[in-house]
Design a binder for this molecule. Structure first.
Ligand SMILES: Cc1cc2nc3c(=O)[nH]c(=O)nc-3n(C[C@H](O)[C@H](O)[C@H](O)COP(=O)(O)O)c2cc1C
Length: 334
């Protein structure tokens, strides 16, 4: 069966799960446009995940995916954490916001898995690693289609071995966090996709910098079963991105994105701004600690209308992003 037949979709496209950006309207609009919609549930609690799924179900009866973050267990060095915390003080001062301890977040992965089963979600995708075999078995017993994320051939092979039904080949161009879980190699999609297609027998979804019809056709000709589109949809009417984030995306010119660990402790691609520059050589805690440490700065910056201190995740093709409804933007790929 082809990718489109599996999900009863019209086009070989998945709307990228984008934690903090996807809204129920956005996911439902993607489904309505004939592509696979995906909820970015990585930062949500189990209850918020359930509410989100139910909201999407109210808006569409089409299948959709829910994306989860594989939790990471890091033995945190307290001194490193303190140094990373102290390094953010000047930024808080600059923003005029109180500088205080950040509560550390708790992963809700296992409870989210139970919610997905309860809610009979059709597809579950993962980033930042692969689920354990027991989780894979549990989801499969409930006929949930599983999609892993790989940034290297090695990761894609492991995804297939553990039982993923498909794998996203996330090229170096991609916006947002890198899904890498073995090392931090940056392989351009042009090289990554054909090598993953050769190495695995499950469908491969190409992601990273796909911004128009020509890009889509090129990836399909290189063996992709479908493409995943993130940045191109960021400024859509239904996107939950902050208005200033959308503005920055629409104003971005070529070569404006960089990879940084400053916001979360994990490599991610976004539009270069003052926060990234100020933190270029300061101590940074590993993910997820740095993410917790900068949470207040990011939310206050959004409230104060200061995009220079917000995480403006975007891929290398950000300069091609346009306004419109999800349906209109998807229409440009067809
Ligand atoms: C704002 C933003 C948030 C993202 N959040 C997630 C996420 O929660 N889970 C995930 O698997 N990928 C996430 N990604 C990565 C996308 O799945 C995908 O790899 C990427 O958007 C493809 O590259 P493109 O942005 O150039 O289209 C995110 C990307 C962006 C731009």
């Amino acid at each position: 069966m082809t990718f489109t037949e599996t999900f009863e979709i019209k086009h070989p496209i998945t709307q990228a799960p984008m934690a903090g950006v996807t809204t129920p309207k956005f996911v439902a609009a993607a489904a309505k446009a004939g592509v696979l919609g995906s909820i970015g549930a990585g930062y949500l609690s189990a209850e918020a995940t359930r509410d989100f799924i139910r909201e999407v179900k109210k808006l569409t009866d089409k299948p959709f995916a829910v994306n989860l973050f594989i939790p990471e267990h890091v033995d945190m060095d307290q001194e490193q954490l303190r140094q990373a915390y102290l390094a953010l003080e000047p930024i808080c001062k600059k923003l005029g916001i109180p500088y205080g301890e950040a509560p550390l977040s708790e992963p809700s992965f296992d409870e989210q898995v139970d919610v997905l089963i309860d809610e009979r979600v059709a597809v579950c995708s993962f980033t930042f690693g692969l689920p354990e075999k027991t989780v894979v078995r549990k989801l499969k017993e409930h006929d949930i289609y599983l999609i892993g994320t790989a940034t290297t051939v090695e990761e894609a092979v492991l995804a297939e071995q553990i039982g993923m039904d498909a794998v996203v080949a996330q090229g170096a161009e991609a916006g947002g966090h890198r899904g890498s879980f073995i090392g931090e190699q940056l392989v351009p999609l042009e090289e990554l996709l054909p090598s993953i297609v050769k190495a695995v027998s499950i469908p491969v979804i190409a992601a990273g910098g796909i911004a128009n019809k020509e890009h889509l056709e090129l990836q399909l000709s290189r063996g992709a079963a479908a493409v995943q589109i993130g940045t191109a949809l960021l400024a859509a009417d239904e996107s939950g991105a902050h208005p200033l984030y959308k503005e920055a995306v629409l104003a971005a010119v070529d070569n404006r994105t960089v990879l940084t660990k400053a916001f979360s402790g994990k490599q991610a691609r976004g539009i270069r701004n003052e926060f990234i520059e100020l933190t270029a050589s300061v101590p940074i805690a590993p993910y997820p600690y740095q993410n917790d440490l900068t949470k207040k700065i990011r939310s206050e910056a959004a409230k104060l209308g200061k995009p220079e201190f917000m995480s403006l995740w975007a891929g290398e093709s950000v300069h091609e992003t346009t306004e419109g409804t999800v349906e209109e933007i998807i229409g440009k790929f067809i």
